[in-house]
Structure formats: structure tokens, C-alpha cells
Design a protein around this ligand. Structure first.
Ligand code: CDP
Ligand code: MG
Length: 844
């Protein structure tokens, strides 16, 4: 109990410091304060300090002057020749015709829903209509418009585009704010946020004080953050009658949204910008001489192709043989199964690869100039295809092709390369996941290739197991993908599946709130004081399964983020301020308390991105041997810490790339880890968990016992027991029974592990349950760090452990508990009083 009190007191102290010294929000934009005569205008949030009576007139005047200035600046730009040209092209967009109707509806209704084809000008124009109308009516200085985007890449690229359209630099009237990054200035009136960032602002600014308009873009995506934000905004609207909410999307279930907001008006923008020719698989195949059967049945389709194989065989051109290879491995009967059960894994990836290769060759050889955007399921596919294309040099002269990739784990600066114009005569090919699906415009893009799949997180609430599998996209997604072409010029779209498969796609994707674990969401509900989680979630657009809510609450209690009465603990308070999964946030908090932040920063950064250890298929053994040199102590996490350290030393000698090459590491990931570490450090500083000089936070960084214990603290309750059979290991978790290790973990290749437990990062259910990324831990680490120390529920802890021990039949371990707990308890207390007390020599 003393230990728990000590840790709680420690966290409380920091929490109170934080609330005193800042407004508590990393994400809220620090408002620029402009002194103007005798009054102060807080431009960032448009809040005005309560002025003294005599200052009122001066304030009004200052605001008016500022509004006038904004108005004049924009007028001047629009009169310039470049401005005229821009205005002209903006006016040609379909949204322009509806401008008055839109503004009128917004002025008369608190909530307005707008839908229109992709490319009609919703994202770039509607926020500007609102801004311009405010500026023209001289409310420019007091308006504050926030537009949310589901992804960073769109928030950044759209704000940049709008600044260009207004003849400004980013950060003047228009800015953006995404996780850990943002550009905004004193004059900024329109800010693009990612949804998550706006949610975090709500933590400290419950009523969005000073915000005049919230526009939510791409609302059809129905991510968990978007659904949550909608529910919260619905609660806020009655308290903020002047606040306006605009919901936009190309394709949305307008009725659902409209009735959720009490019959809000829906404005439909007619008209498209440029035509996009669409090809389905049968059309693509026709170009090789193949004809589809008339009744278009899938089975017949497959059979028809097979009977045509001979005909194809005769045309031994380069292209025909590529198609033959592609089709040879495809089993069309799978299509029909797939559409009925989207959870089934889709096998014929090589079919897709060959087909994509064929289409790319065809475009490069025969089609007009223009960029190509290929939608694939994930990083693995993207990198394999990239390797394949490069290895075969199938696209002709390498200097005439610019092959780029775009994936969520890449740094923003790298993602942004996809917008750059290539030299003339060079064809840009972008291999992307669905992060390039909405909102973005790549100016020189003409062709889109859509594989029809996306990795979709799903969640089995019954077994409390998350899964991440490629599954068919929805009609809405297919439309968005197609819509990336035809925005600036006519385009073409190749769907790599037959039309009949497309027809069987679901209209909309299942909202994320119904298919993912709800831990972070529940934590946010608690931190916003929104009452009971299930009560609040019952008010959502579509409510999640009650069992999923209970699982999440249970998890948050186990990890010590909520107490027995479901109130936020001090630890929970910290976790809501850390922009990462609770388990990773926990590691950072404990890493600072136990003074081993340096390795823990690497672990947390590493777990936030894709696996930095590469295993190319053809060099699997060499790659495994390379990883093994870092992992002599049964931990993937410690292996990463060593690999990063080695890379860092090499990088300082400008040999980072060679180091990665030699050791089968991804240089890109190492750089990403490096920059994430810096970002996380600055977050920890912002919330006052570490001080500026970072003194003392790394005293025990070299003590693997301490680091291992912190990893255990973060990953608990992801625990599995190890029993040794003759030549193999037998692994069990409490919920799943017998489990296997994913081949990515170093522990999958050892016959003996001198520890009784493994903590693991995640489990994935494919056929059986697989554990990814694991670290072996001792009894005492599990006993002392398993249950959150700050949960305060020591009895509960014991009970839970007894459950574990009974289950795994090792009751003698419990005896160690009391003594060790007491020992650590004393250590902690003395450490909090005197941080220099050594933890060395104590074996956990
Ligand atoms: O949001 P929505 O799909 O309706 O369209 P938007 O993103 O507002 O873009 C409207 C149009 O602006 C595009 O179709 C392009 O013609 C043009 N645009 C552009 O030329 N360059 C950009 N970077 C962004 C938009
Ligand atoms: Mg858009």
C-alpha cells in the first residue's frame, strides 16, 4: 500500500504542476496574444479577455480594423493576375454553383450535411466559402474555423493547397495541426486538424470556446475517432448555439447522419469535374484478347477463362505471357466465397502482383503521360512489389520511372514526395495503402490501380482478440480510390476484380467503433468526464457491443488506468495525455519513474511503427542470424534497443545505411524511431514527466532487469506461461490455452527459455493464436510489475495472481510476493525522496 501511495503521490504532484503551468493541452494551439492599444486580443482562440468598460470600444475597433485588413489583403490577391487565374479555376468547380445555398443553410442551421462527387471541391472550397463570408462580413478577426481530416497527410496537403489558392504562405490565414506537428500563426483563422488532435483539445477545452465552425470532412470513413467526436459535438451543440457543424463526404449515408442530428438539411452538389474511365477485371482481360461470358457469372467466368487459356497460349507476346502467369495462379471460385465472408484471407497475391505489373507495363509502353497510383493492402505488399518491379526492370528505362511509396509509418516529409511533379518524360508511380484514399490531390495523376483490398482491423469481442486481415473494401472506398484520378484532368481506373465482385461489396464499411477494442476510447470518455462509458456510447451514431465496452473497462482496470469505481487514476490521467496506446504510455511513465527512459523510448517508438527487422524471403536465414546477434536474452524489445544503439553509433559516423544493410535492418524504420524518440521526449517534457535537462532519467538504462520489468509493466496482462517439452516449448495463455509464437519473435527459434513467462506485444488470430514480439520475464517481475502498481488494489492483485498461479500450477511463487513487494516498496519510497538511491544490486 505504501508503494502504491508513493507512486500515486508522485503522479498527482506532476499532474497538479501541469495544470498550473499550462492549459494542459499539447495539441491546443498556443494562442498568440497581440497587444493592441490598451486591449488584448487573444487571436489564437478568438477569446477575448473580459475588457474593462472603457476598453470595450477600443477592442471593437481593433477587431474591426483587423477584419478590414484581412478583407483588403484577400481583395488585393484576387485582383493580381495569378489570383485571377486561381479564382477562375476555383469558380469552375461544381461547389461554386452551390455556394450561396451552402452559406445560407449554414447560417440558418446548426448542423448541415454536404455531399458531392469526389473532386467537386468540398475539401478545398467549402472551408474557404465560410472563411470568405466571415471575412467579407467583417467578422474575420473573430471567426475560428476548424476542419478535421481523418489523416495527417490530408490535413497537411489540403491546408497547403488552400494557402496557395489564397496566395499566402501556410501559417498565415490557413494552418494545420496534426499529432506532434503544426503550422499556425497570429492571423490564422482556418486550421486543419486530424480528428484525434481535436479530441485531445476537447480534454482541456470542453466547449470549444471561441471556435465558430467545425467542419468534419470525409465523414463516411467512420473511424472510431470520428464517431466519438460526432457524439461529443452533439452533446456540445445545445450549449453553444452559435457553433456551426458541417459534415462532408463524397458518399455518405446522408439519412443516417441527418436523422442523428434531428433532421439536419442535406445539400447535394451535382456535377463532376473530369471523367474517369473505369475498367474491371474483365475489361482489363479483354485487352489481351479474352472475352467474358455473357451472363457474367463468376463460376462461368472462371471456366470461360480456363477454356480460353489455349487461345491465350498462342499469343506469346510479352504481355500475353504476363497475363498467363497472372491468371494461372488465380482460382476464381474464391471470389464468390470472399464476397460472402470478407474475413477469409485472400490468397492470390501473386495474381495481383503480376496483373499490376502487366498494367503498369502497358501504361508505360502505350498510354499518355501521367502519374499512376496503386492501392495495395499494406507495407509488406508494397515493399515486395517495389522489389519485384525494381529487380525485373520491367518498366523499361529506370531513369524514366519514379517509383515512390506511401504508407502511414513513413515520415510526413517522405509521404509528401508523392505530390512533387517529376521531370518531364518521367513517369511517377506511387504504391500506397488506403491512406492515399481520401482528400488528397496528386496534380499529375491520371491512372489509378485498385487491388480492392485493405487491411482492416477487426475485433472479436467474445474472445477479446483483435485481428488485422486484408479484406474487401466497400463501394464507397472503391469510389474514393477511383476519385483520386480525374481531379485535374480526365483519368482512368483499373479495378483488379470483376464487376460482379464489386456489385457484391458492402455499400459502406462497418464503422470502426463496431470492430475494434475500445480501450483508448473508454479512456477518453472517462477523461472528458462524460459519465458512464456504456451510457455515453449508447448515444453514438451506432453503438458498440456492450461486451466490447465491458472488456475495455476491465482492461483499463487491470492496467491501473481506472480504479475499482471506474474513475480515472493518476496513471490514467497521464495515459490520456500520451498520444499512443495505453500500454505504450504506461511504459513511458514507468520508464521515467525507474530512470531507464532511454531504452524505453526506443522500445515504445519501435512498437509504434512497423517491424524494423527485415526478413527478405530469399535471405531468411541470414536475416534471422543477424537478428539473433542482438537477442541473446530472449527479448525482441531488448534486441531492438541494441540494434538502435548500434545504428546510432554508425549513423554518427555517417555509416548508418551500411550498418542497416549488413544487419538486415530497415534504415527508414531506424530513422523513424529516431525522430519518434525525439517527439515522445518533447511530449514527456510538455506534461512535466521529465525536466528539460533530462537529468536522472537514464541512470538505470543499462540495467536490463529494470528495462525488462518496465516492459512487463507495459505489456501486462499479455502474459503467456512457458513449459518445456522435450524439444519444443509449450505456451499457454489464460484465455486461449495453447498458443504459438509468430515467426517474427526471437523466442520462436529457441528450444529453451530460462524464464517462466513471456510478455508479448499483441496476439493475432489467424488459424490459431499467434503472439508477436515477446520478452521473457521472471516470476518476480510479473508479480511486482504485472498489475499496475498505482492501481492501489493490492488485494485484487493478489487474487488475480492467485488465479494465474492456480491456472499454471505454480503456487510456491506466491510466497515470494510479500517479501519482494515490501522490499520494492521501501526502495520506491526512498527513491522518490532521494532519486540517487541505487536500484542496483537488487534483483527483481
Ligand atoms: O473534396 P473534393 O473531393 O470534393 O475536392 P477537393 O479536394 O476540394 O478538390 C477540388 C478540385 O481542386 C480538384 O478536383 C482539383 O481540380 C483541384 N485541386 C488541385 O488542382 N490541386 C490540389 N492540390 C487540390 C485540388
Ligand atoms: Mg475531399
Amino acid at each position: 500500500p505504501g508503494l502504491q501511495r508513493a507512486v500515486d503521490a508522485h503522479l498527482e504532484k506532476y499532474l497538479s504542476q501541469k495544470t498550473r503551468s499550462t492549459d494542459g493541452s499539447r495539441d491546443s494551439l498556443s494562442p498568440a496574444t497581440v497587444t493592441n492599444g490598451s486591449c488584448v486580443i487573444n487571436e489564437g482562440s478568438c477569446e477575448q479577455r473580459e475588457p474593462a468598460q472603457q476598453d470595450k470600444a477600443a477592442l471593437d475597433k481593433a477587431l474591426w480594423r483587423r477584419s478590414m485588413q484581412l478583407h483588403r489583403e484577400q481583395q488585393a490577391w484576387q485582383k493580381s493576375s495569378e489570383g485571377q487565374k486561381m479564382l477562375e479555376s476555383r469558380r469552375s468547380l461544381p461547389t461554386n454553383k452551390e455556394k450561396d445555398a451552402i452559406l445560407n443553410a449554414i447560417s440558418k442551421n446548426q448542423v448541415v450535411i454536404i455531399s458531392g462527387e469526389t473532386g467537386c471541391g468540398k475539401t478545398t472550397q467549402i472551408p474557404q466559402f465560410i472563411l470568405e463570408s466571415e471575412v467579407n462580413s467583417l467578422r474575420g478577426a473573430t471567426c475560428n474555423i476548424i476542419c478535421t481530416q481523418p489523416r495527417r497527410i490530408s490535413a497537411m496537403s489540403v491546408s497547403e493547397r488552400i494557402a496557395t489558392e489564397r496566395g499566402e504562405k501556410l501559417g498565415e490565414t490557413v494552418g494545420y495541426k496534426v499529432r506532434l506537428e503544426g503550422i499556425k500563426g497570429k492571423k490564422t483563422r482556418l486550421v486543419f486538424y486530424t480528428t484525434g488532435v481535436l479530441l485531445r483539445r476537447l480534454l482541456v477545452d470542453r466547449n470549444l470556446k471561441g471556435v465558430t465552425h467545425v467542419i468534419m470532412d470525409e465523414i463516411h470513413e467512420r473511424g472510431i475517432d470520428e464517431d466519438f467526436l460526432l457524439t461529443v459535438l452533439k452533446e456540445i451543440l445545445p450549449h453553444r448555439p452559435e457553433l456551426r457543424l458541417v459534415l462532408m463526404s463524397a458518399t455518405l449515408n446522408a439519412e443516417l447522419f441527418s436523422s442523428y442530428f434531428g433532421g439536419a438539411p442535406v445539400i447535394q452538389i451535382p456535377g463532376v469535374t473530369h471523367p474517369v474511365r473505369t475498367y474491371f477485371l474483365e475489361n482489363i482481360l479483354e485487352s489481351t484478347g479474352y472475352k467474358l461470358t455473357e451472363d457474367n457469372q463468376i463460376d462461368d467466368y472462371g471456366k470461360a477463362w480456363k477454356s480460353n487459356k489455349q487461345a491465350l497460349n498462342k499469343r506469346k507476346s510479352k504481355i500475353a505471357s504476363a497475363v498467363e502467369e497472372a491468371l494461372g495462379s488465380a482460382d476464381f471460385s474464391e471470389y464468390s466465397q470472399q464476397t460472402q465472408d470478407s474475413m477469409v484471407c485472400w490468397k492470390p497475391d501473386c495474381f495481383n502482383f503480376n496483373l499490376i505489373e502487366y498494367i503498369l507495363c502497358n501504361i508505360c509502353e502505350n498510354e499518355k503521360p501521367g502519374g499512376i497510383l496503386v492501392f495495395m493492402t499494406g507495407w509488406d505488399d508494397i515493399s515486395s512489389l517495389k522489389e519485384k518491379l525494381q529487380a525485373h526492370s520491367v518498366l523499361g528505362d529506370e531513369s524514366r520511372v519514379l517509383l515512390l511509396t506511401c504508407h502511414s509509418s513513413m515520415a510526413s516529409s517522405e509521404q509528401r514526395l508523392i505530390f512533387e511533379k517529376p521531370d518531364s518524360g518521367v513517369r511517377k508511380i506511387v504504391l500506397a495503402t488506403n491512406i492515399a484514399e481520401t482528400s488528397i490531390t496528386i496534380d499529375d495523376l491520371v491512372f489509378v490501380i485498385d487491388c480492392g483490398k485493405a487491411k482492416e482491423a477487426s475485433y472479436d469481442a467474445l474472445n477479446n482478440t483483435p485481428c488485422l486481415l486484408p479484406s474487401w473494401i466497400s463501394k464507397v472506398s472503391a469510389k474514393q480510390r477511383r476519385g483520386r484520378a480525374g481531379r485535374v484532368q480526365p483519368g482512368e481506373c483499373y479495378h483488379l476484380y470483376p464487376k460482379c465482385v464489386y456489385d457484391a461489396f458492402a455499400e459502406y464499411q462497418l464503422p470502426q467503433i463496431l470492430r475494434t477494442p475500445l480501450q483508448s476510447l473508454c479512456l477518453q470518455i472517462k477523461s472528458l468526464n462524460l459519465g458512464s462509458t456504456s451510457g455515453f456510447l449508447s448515444k453514438a451514431l451506432q453503438s458498440p457491443d456492450l461486451r466490447a465496452v465491458q472488456n475495455a473497462i476491465e482492461y483499463l482496470k487491470i492496467i491501473g488506468a481506472l480504479d475499482e469505481n471506474e474513475n480515472l487514476t493518476a496513471l490514467g490521467g497521464y495515459l490520456t495525455m500520451l498520444p499512443m496506446e495505453p500500454k505504450l504510455g504506461k511504459m513511458l511513465v514507468m520508464g521515467t519513474l525507474l530512470n531507464c527512459l532511454d531504452p524505453i523510448l526506443t522500445v515504445v517508438a519501435g512498437l509504434s511503427i512497423r517491424d524494423p527487422f527485415l526478413t527478405p524471403l530469399e535471405k531468411k536465414e541470414l536475416a534471422e542470424a543477424a537478428k539473433a546477434q542482438y537477442s541473446h536474452d530472449f527479448s525482441d524489445h531488448l534486441a531492438l534497443v541494441r540494434a538502435y544503439k548500434g545504428w546510432k553509433v554508425a549513423e554518427q559516423k555517417r555509416k548508418g545505411y551500411e550498418y542497416c544493410w549488413k544487419n538486415f535492418l530497415s534504415a527508414q524504420s531506424m530513422k523513424a524511431i529516431d525522430s519518434l524518440r525525439r517527439e515522445f521526449k518533447s511530449v514527456l517534457r510538455d506534461i512535466h514527466l521529465v525536466d528539460n535537462k533530462m537529468t536522472n532519467y537514464n541512470t538505470y538504462s543499462c540495467d536490463d532487469h529494470v528495462v525488462r520489468a518496465v516492459i512487463c509493466y507495459g505489456l501486462y496482462p499479455n502474459v503467456c506461461s512457458i513449459a518445456h517439452k522435450e524439444t519444443s516449448l509449450s505456451l499457454k495463455t489464460m484465455e486461449d490455452g495453447e498458443v504459438s509464437l509468430h515467426s517474427n519473435t526471437v523466442n520462436a527459434r529457441v528450444a529453451k527459455i530460462p524464464y517462466p513467462w513471456l510478455v508479448f506485444n499483441e496476439k493475432i488470430k489467424v488459424n490459431s493464436v499467434y503472439l508477436r514480439d515477446s520478452t521473457a520475464v521472471s516470476d518476480s517481475m510479473l508479480l511486482l510489475f504485472g498489475r499496475s502498481i498505482s492501481s492501489g488494489d493490492v488485494d485484487g492483485h493478489l487474487k488475480m495472481l492467485e488465479g494465474y498461479l492456480e491456472f499454471f500450477m505454480a503456487p510456491e511463487v506466491a510466497l515470494m510476493y510479500q517479501t519482494l513487494k515490501q522490499e520494492l516498496d521501501e526502495l520506491f519510497q526512498s527513491k522518490l525522496i532521494n532519486p540517487r538511491v541505487s536500484l542496483h544490486g537488487h534483483r527483481y
